[in-house]
Design a protein around this ligand. Sequence first.
Ligand code: HEM
Length: 461
Amino acid sequence: MTDQDGGASGACPWHAEAVPLYETVNEPDRNRVWDALRSRFGQVAPVLLEPDLPAWLLLGYEENLEVMRDWGTYSRDTRRWNEIRDGRRKLDAGLRPAMGYRASALYADGAEHARLLAPITDALGRLTDTRIRTDITEAADRLIDDFCAEGRADLVADYADLLPALLMNRFFGLEDTYGYVLGELSGIIWTADGARGADAVVQLRNYFAGLVQHKRAHPGPDLTSWMMAHPTGLTDAEVIDQLVLLSGAAQEPTANLLGNVLRELLTDPEIAREYASGGLLLDEIVNHVIWTEPPMQVLSARFPTRDVVIDGTPVAEGEPLLLGFAPAHADPRLGRPDDDSGSPLPSGHNSAHLTWGAGEHRCPAQSLARQIVGIGIERLLDRLSGVRLAVDAAELRWRPELMSRGLAELPIEFTPVDPPVRHVERPVGPDDGPAEPEPEPNDLLHRVMRWWQGSGRRRRP
Ligand code: HEM
């Protein structure tokens, strides 16, 4: 919004009323927060992401959909943010990661977006169904082997947080040891500890720079090599940025969704019974959780390329619009499509939710994400018997996050069982994974490994 001097809107009148969203992170019933904002402001509310970071939060289903679909009017490029454009902030100075910028497809519009996205979607498309199923199963089994003899585990730290990282690391073309490192680094980046976070970012860059260097010398049937060889001709720096996007986009939402579905199965006996007897399919339970506890509840951001009016509220060019998935799913105009308050069981059939996004940036890996969650849960329930929560359900806590929705921990107990001795047989297609033993990694990857070994990790692969 422009003020009378034609300057940009530090002084937007709506933002005088902005609600400090960061103060609501410990509110367990998020719908109360969305309802209160909606009744006060309508379908778009002025909020503060941080004490000095004003933004608009889209609350309505239609409004979110419209903003995601109309990429000509609503840019994904953070450099269009009025605070950056007018020099009040710098993109590389202490911004929360979600509001930062990288030269990846996620932050690009139009032709540049298509250029950067093609190597990603083409590489993902080369992963065969056999390879996907085998790698998810092996990665899940490896994690379960680590704790199955103990009779207890934290399904967030020991399983959900590690499975996507272990899998993506395999798809990137490195042996599992580095998957544990990738899981560790991705986790630290989301914690509030700034110093550890900065250290982890350095190691994550080493991981991807080392990975690209390694694959330059030893290409293989993996996402990294396929992206490097793609006809688009990405530079190494561009490949690194797209790999950072892939790993970040895969990790947090998939880990959260896996944890949130496991929570539903462990805390709702009716749903667990129906699932066990075949009355409810896992996909239906996943859909239900996606509506009620979406793994990303708020997502950043779109920047209007001109002044617009949304549900009667003027929003100026360059002011950040946060996508509100959780508020949109609770939009009363939808009639609460998967609310189970009236019935003991969710319908699970309505897949018109916004969780995969919409428009040109919609998630290119929905099916892969669903398979990680589905196979991840099947392996766990096949391998362990007598699984039950180790604490009262009321003691489970959500991580105090504004954007993502995931549990702090999910402690379980079960009947201890020794891990089996494994004879791994790989599939044999040309794109199905390494047939030869992996060659020695390079200096940068060694550095990441040394950092990890010195960081006092609990689990050793
Ligand atoms: C439950 C799991 C997942 C959820 C809920 C999810 C959701 C989303 C959403 C909402 C977007 C759009 C972001 C925007 O419009 O700003 C997106 C984009 C993306 N996702 Fe996913 N995702 C998941 C898993 C994955 C996985 C496993 C991968 C990769 C293997 C992946 C790769 C990507 C990429 C590369 C983009 C950027 C697409 C673009 O900018 O054009 N996602 N995802």
